[in-house]
Design a binder for this molecule. Structure first.
Ligand code: SF4
Length: 380
């Protein structure tokens, strides 16, 4: 029988060599080194392959604002619930269902009779709208990667009963906020390979120049992540502010021109609130005026304005999602972690999404000392 060639991304000898190089780099620094990745898929892969347990003890790899579900602000969810409450059919990606708004989640609204349906791709929203004579609201969430799918949908002239409520966010704007935070300890960023495949790694050059911090673009296989971290830690220790593309098989300097064109044609950057972090200048992707007839924020402006100032849940003040997403805390710093807050009964958004740091740490048995009670499949 012919077997497919061995996946070189998971070569154990190369993995060990990279781990040793990482250790040598941190030893050379002779101090704690702190870097941040900004992607839930990186955190998932680190947990799944047990990479954190192999990191040098003096290396802190923080998870920043890289979980799209986690950073969708509670009032954005409340707005969607308000539309569902007035009888509109709402379509959402599954991860958003259980994320708490200020009072309810979309799952709570659905249980109370609201018409909330899960879709798996933006194109499904168009199909559903075409089969219906009533308005259908697509709650469009996520970063650059899913925003491109929303843009493609709108460029195909969908039926006007399809209404898009955009809560899309633009990650580079949040990286700017982290880099500009006065007491930030972050010495460099590991950027997400899939988003950079769209935007190109050149996008990070102004940020690198402004803040004199390195950015390394990395893929998602264990060796991609280790190689990216080695590169990043060495640059950080040597204080070399530059962008390095450690994922050249997918990422180019200029990205995907067709996808970028679609993004720019449909969206413009606008200020927006990121859950638990801050109002971020140019952090949200808003529909351009040319797409006003599909823009639920305009069509239902009156309803959305009337979304009442709802009180916070009593336990919300103990949730440290904001500090985790801005790199100031780790999940195990939260006193609710694994106690009152668990995946089956999440308190904060970081415990809901499969890309949320708290959920990933809980499910993979991670604690704040890089120990891991159990790991997923071996990289071998
Ligand atoms: S463990 Fe739960 S309550 Fe604590 S920060 Fe994470 S999501 Fe919030």
């Amino acid at each position: 029988m012919n077997y497919p060639p061995r996946l070189e991304f998971r070569n154990p000898a190369q993995g060990r060599a990279l781990q040793q190089r990482l250790q040598r780099a941190v030893d050379r620094a002779g101090r704690e080194v702190t870097v941040m990745h900004v992607c839930g898929s990186h955190e998932q892969a680190m947990a799944r392959y047990g990479l954190r347990s192999s990191f040098p003890s003096d290396l802190r790899v923080l998870m920043g604002p890289g979980c799209p579900v986690c950073v969708t602000d509670a009032p954005e969810i409340d707005a969607c619930i308000a539309l569902a409450a007035q009888g509109l059919r709402v379509l959402t990606y599954g991860d958003m269902l259980r994320v708490p708004g200020r009072a309810l989640s979309l799952a709570d609204a659905k249980a109370a009779g609201a018409r909330v349906d899960v879709i798996y791709a933006a194109t499904q929203a168009t199909e559903i709208a075409k089969q219906s004579s009533e308005p259908v609201v697509f709650f469009a969430t996520g970063f650059e990667t899913t925003a491109v799918a929303t843009a493609a949908l709108l460029l195909q002239n969908p039926p006007e009963n399809l209404q898009v409520l955009s809560a899309h966010k633009w990650v580079p704007a949040a990286m700017e906020v982290v880099a500009a935070t006065a007491d930030s300890q972050v010495e460099g960023f590991l950027a997400a390979g899939h988003a950079a495949a769209i935007t190109g790694y050149g996008l990070f050059e102004p940020l690198v120049q402004r803040h004199q911090l390195p950015v390394v673009v990395a893929g998602f296989e264990p060796l991609d992540i280790l190689a990216g971290l080695v590169e990043l830690v060495e640059l950080a220790i040597d204080k070399k502010a530059q962008v390095v593309n450690a994922f050249p098989r997918c990422v180019s300097r200029d990205g995907n021109p067709k996808a970028l064109r679609a993004l720019r044609e449909v969206f413009e950057l606008g200020d927006g609130q990121w859950r638990g972090i801050a109002e971020i200048a140019d952090g949200n992707l808003k529909l351009r005026p040319e797409f006003a007839k599909w823009d639920a924020s305009l069509t239902y402006a009156e309803t959305l304005r009337s979304v009442a100032e709802l009180p916070e849940r009593p336990w919300a003040s103990d949730c440290r999602c904001g500090a985790i997403l801005s790199g100031q805390s780790e999940p195990s710093d939260c006193k609710l972690f694994g106690q009152e807050c668990r995946p089956e009964a999440p308190v904060g958004a970081c415990m809901v999404s499969s890309e949320g740091a708290c959920r990933i740490w809980f499910e993979h048995g991670l604690d704040g000392h890089h120990r891991q009670r159990r790991v997923g499949p071996s990289p071998a």
